[in-house]
Design a protein around this ligand. Structure first.
Ligand SMILES: [Ca+2]
Ligand SMILES: [Ca+2]
Length: 228
């Protein structure tokens, strides 16, 4: 956590007027996704509502000085946040009744492009009860492609590669269609990467399990799937 002078606050407030007007042109992203803010400032950004929630500075909730103002600033990635420059600021939200840890702040200026990771730096400026104006910084990334929820070869979806994966595929192949519907394979079933559940998947897993660690390291099995 860093402390800034009152000058920073004054500049922030003046600049906020102009920047907020520009930022209002940004529409909230349409999807429903949440992204974690990390750093001295932690919280959650929700794309559908453009809300910043669960905001904390450090690990403890902050009690604000009475009638003090909270300023929430969104910066471009890579911006020098020790100085408030209009060209680096994407958006500002302010409130006099908002506790940093509470709901109510908007991430003005944040835009989500699906599949494209966009990094933002965020800062909150506030005056804690009986303390000096304080600024805390965090960062978050929106729009990144969903992280693969499986590893290749993990037919039983237990996040590990064991003989159970070979057995699961082998059992699946002799199921009735109705049973296949009831007991679908885990997303990582395709150990031989031919696009279908086949006995080759069971054989590939079995072969993988007796490989040397060096050979296992070369195998796609047990790893996140390659990007298309
Ligand atoms: Ca498994
Ligand atoms: Ca296969």
């Amino acid at each position: 956590m860093k402390k800034f002078t009152k000058l920073f606050l004054s500049c922030a407030l003046v600049s906020a007027m102009a920047v907020t007007a520009a930022a209002s042109a940004f529409a909230a992203a349409p999807s429903e996704a949440t992204y974690a803010i990390t750093g001295d400032l932690t919280g959650t950004y929700t794309t559908s509502s453009n809300d910043i929630t669960s905001l904390k500075v450090g690990t403890t909730d902050v009690e604000l000085e009475a009638n003090s103002q909270v300023t929430f600033i969104v910066y471009k990635e890579g911006a020098d946040t020790t100085e408030l420059k209009a060209e680096d600021v994407l958006g500002i939200d302010q409130g006099t009744t908002v506790q940093p840890e509470n709901k109510g702040l908007k991430a003005n200026g944040v835009e989500e492009t699906e599949g494209v990771a966009t990094n933002y730096i965020v800062k909150v400026g506030y005056t804690p009860k009986g303390g000096d104006f304080t600024v805390a910084e965090g960062k978050f990334t929106v729009g990144k492609a969903a992280t693969p929820a499986y590893i290749v070869g993990d037919a039983d979806a237990d996040d590990d590669i064991t003989i159970g994966d070979a057995q699961t595929v082998a059992a699946y192949l002799v199921m009735t269609e109705a049973d296949k519907e009831l007991h679908p394979l885990g997303a990582g079933y395709d150990a031989d990467l031919d696009g279908d559940p086949t006995i080759g998947d069971a054989q590939s897993v079995a072969a993988y399990l007796v490989m040397t660690p060096a050979n296992q390291a070369q195998s796609p099995i047990g790893k996140a799937p390659a990007a298309n």
